[in-house]
Structure formats: structure tokens, C-alpha cells
Design a protein around this ligand. Structure first.
Ligand code: NAD
Ligand code: DAU
Length: 332
């Protein structure tokens, strides 16, 4: 396998993956990205011209998709509408991109016999109680809560159907919450870091008891490369790094690491249908494929992420005011 087509490669996790692939393999990479509000070409600066190409296009455009899939050895499908809050405000783009876009890619991969890896989320499993001793596994029934997670669940099921019905050479991974560089300021951790930089108090939804299972984006990338390399066709792998923390603890840690009082944040209107807790059991990926996360220490990963946002204000500043205006209109 030498030529990867990476959809959504100008987004947060996709761009981290492209940098990871260029740094750790000799593969060629072509990115297909629509450059929605969430895509940023600057996230792909510095990549070598002889190994990297960018195509501006929509994954729902069958002509563009067919041509690119025909020329790739494998498709790694990150492109999506990814933000739960946006999906509560306007679900339509989530259906178009996450369902129809995935369908369009699957049809091209089927036609050309191309290896396909589908990037998905732990949110397809719904949520857990805070005191539930269980974590999500590959056997957990699907039970998505939001328009975003239900479209991701739908896209996963399409991939499974294309494997079973048409023999598509596909794998799926469902990962927990990522953090790291190049994440849009709409998301929890970068929103709070950039708020503190701007002198705005961080905003915690509700009581802040909701738990997310944090993993560094670079660990997500190494897991995806491992699955591309050694994953069994038709299988699903959960990706997680045992990083459970509640939102209140994360905000307090950000404030402390940025030299502010730990209680200098505001409670704001909660998210509708807010999932309580996600937690991943990644035993299958670790035992069967030998993957291990490298960013074991959340505090040092968060410190590096804070430094990145401090150093790269020109990357995030253009989106900050409009993002905060949108949240303010919803009391968040
Ligand atoms: P993101 O919103 O930062 O990036 C999405 C990218 O997809 C953007 O570059 C955007 O321009 C592009 N895109 C959107 N619609 C498109 C279309 N129709 N055609 C082509 N490109 C389009 O998202 P992210 O956080 O990087 O998430 C990437 C993938 O990883 C998604 O599939 C998401 O469900 C999954 N995921 C995310 C997380 C997380 O914590 N962020 C965790 C697990 C899984
Ligand atoms: O679990 C994987 C998922 O993680 C991915 O599938 C999604 O694409 C990704 O956006 C993320 O979803 P979340 O909804 O968990 O992430 P978000 O960053 O929006 O919020 C994280 C938690 O923080 C959640 O409990 C809501 C809360 N929150 C969020 C924002 C933006 C706040 O308390 N305050 C905020 O300002």
C-alpha cells in the first residue's frame, strides 16, 4: 500500500494523521477536503510536494470521488460534519456529508476494489452512567443520542453492509475524544484555552460532571496506521487511551496550567441530550494488533497543546469571534 486518499485531511484529526503518515511512512497522500468552516489549509503547511497533494472537493460529488478512489491504494475516510452542538442547530449537513458522502465513497471503493478504512466515534454507543463499571467494547449495541452521532452510526452500518453484501475490503475504528494541535476553537479544550488567552472565562456546560475519555490525536493516528497495516477486513476496532476525566476537572487543569485560579470559569446552559459519559475498552486493538498509545500523560499532552495555541494564534484567531458569537446566541 503506497498511496492513501485521506478525506477530511484539512480538519483536526485528518491533518494530524497526514503529518503522522508523512513523518512515519514513505506513503503518498492525497487529501480530498471541501474546506468547510472546519477545514483549514494552513494545517497542512510544510508537507513535501513530492509526497502530498491537495484536492478541493466534496465527498458527495461522485465524479470527483470516483477519479480519486480509482488512483488510490486505500481510502482513509475522516471527512464529516463533526460537532454535536452544530448538529442540534442544523442537522441537514450531517446527513449530506456523513451519510451520503460515505455512501458515495463506498460505491467508488466497491467499483475499484479499493481498501477502505472508516473513521468513526465512540458516540455511536450512546452514553454510560458515571458509576457503570463497564466500558464500550466492539460488542456494545449502537444507541446514538444526537443528530451527529446518529449519522455516524448510520455511516458505520453502511460500511458493514458494503463488507457483507459486496465484499468491500473495509475496516472501521471508533475512537474517543481527541485533543492536540489543529482542533477548531468550537471544541471544548481549544475553546477554553483560547478563551483564557483572550481573557474570556471558560464555559462549562451544566454542572460539568460529564466524562470524556481523552486521547491525543497522534495516538489516534498511530492506531489507524496499525489497523491499515494489520487490521482484519470486516472488523471494527475501538481506539482509546484510558483517559477518562470529567469536564470540570479538565477546565480546572487548563486554568491551573495557564496560571489562572482553578475556579475562574462560568457554568452555562447545558447541551440538549448531553451524553453523560464515554469510556473505551481498547483491549482488542492492543491484544490483537499490538497497538499502544504513546501520550500516557494527559497533563503534559495538554501543556503542549496549550503551548501550540499560544504560539499559533494566527491559525485560530479568524474563527474565534464568530464561534463565540454563535455560542453566546445560545446562552453558552
Ligand atoms: P473536523 O470537523 O475538524 O474536520 C472535518 C473535515 O472534513 C474538515 O476539514 C472539513 O472541511 C471536511 N469536510 C466536511 N464535509 C466535507 C465534505 N462534504 N466533503 C469533503 N470534506 C468535508 O473533524 P474532526 O474532529 O477532525 O473529525 C474527523 C473524523 O473523526 C470525523 O469522522 C469524526 O466523526 C471522527 N472522530 C472525531 C473525534 C474527535 O474527538 N474530534 C473522535 C472520534 C472520531
Ligand atoms: O467522543 C468522540 C467525539 O468527541 C467525536 O465524535 C466528536 O466529533 C467530537 O466533537 C467530540 O464530541 P463531544 O461532544 O464529546 O466534544 P466537545 O468538544 O463538543 O465537548 C466535550 C465535552 O465538553 C462535552 O461533554 C460538552 C462539554 N463542553 C463543550 C463545549 C464546547 C463544555 O462543557 N463547554 C463547551 O464550551
Amino acid at each position: 500500500m503506497t498511496h492513501l486518499l485521506v478525506t477530511g485531511g484539512a480538519g483536526f484529526i485528518g491533518s494530524n494523521f497526514v503529518h503522522h503518515v508523512i513523518d512515519h511512512t514513505d506513503y503518498q497522500v492525497t487529501v480530498l477536503d471541501k474546506l468547510t468552516y472546519a477545514g483549514n489549509l494552513a494545517s497542512l503547511n510544510g508537507l513535501p510536494d513530492d509526497r502530498f497533494a491537495f484536492v478541493h472537493g466534496d465527498i458527495t460529488d461522485a465524479t470527483v470521488v470516483d477519479d480519486l478512489v480509482a488512483r488510490a491504494d486505500a481510502v482513509v475516510h475522516y471527512a464529516a460534519e463533526s460537532h454535536n452542538d452544530n448538529s442540534l442547530h442544523d442537522p441537514r449537513p450531517f446527513l449530506d456529508t456523513n451519510i451520503i458522502g460515505t455512501f458515495t465513497l463506498l460505491e467508488a471503493a466497491r467499483k475499484h476494489g479499493t481498501r477502505f478504512h472508516h473513521i468513526s466515534t465512540d458516540e455511536v454507543y450512546g452514553d454510560l452512567e458515571l458509576d457503570d463499571p463497564e466500558r464500550f467494547t466492539e460488542a456494545t449495541p449502537y444507541n446514538p443520542s444526537s443528530p451527529y452521532s446518529s449519522t455516524k452510526a448510520g455511516s458505520d452500518l453502511l460500511v458493514r453492509a458494503w463488507v457483507r453484501s459486496f465484499g468491500l475490503q473495509a475496516t472501521i475504528s471508533n475512537c474517543s475524544n481527541n485533543y492536540g494541535p489543529y482542533q477548531h476553537v468550537e471544541k471544548f479544550i481549544p475553546r477554553q484555552i483560547t478563551n483564557v488567552i483572550r481573557g474570556i472565562r471558560p464555559k462549562l456546560y451544566g454542572a460539568g460532571e460529564n466524562v470524556r475519555d481523552w486521547i491525543h490525536a497522534d495516538d489516534h493516528s498511530s492506531a489507524v496506521l496499525t489497523i491499515l497495516d494489520r487490521g482484519v477486513i470486516g472488523e471494527t476496532y475501538l481506539i482509546g487511551a484510558d483517559g477518562e476525566r470529567n469536564n470540570k476537572a479538565v477546565v480546572e487543569l487548563i486554568l491551573e496550567l495557564m496560571g489562572e485560579p482553578r475556579d475562574a470559569y462560568d457554568h452555562v446552559t447545558d447541551r440538549a441530550g448531553h451524553d453523560l459519559r464515554y469510556a473505551i475498552d481498547s483491549t482488542k486493538l492492543r491484544d490483537e494488533l499490538g497497538w499502544r498509545p504513546q501520550f500516557g500523560d494527559f497533563e503534559s499532552g495538554l501543556t503542549a497543546t496549550i503551548d501550540w495555541y499560544r504560539t499559533n494564534e494566527s491559525w485560530w484567531a479568524p474563527a474565534k469571534d464568530s464561534t463565540e458569537a454563535f455560542y453566546a446566541s445560545k446562552g453558552q
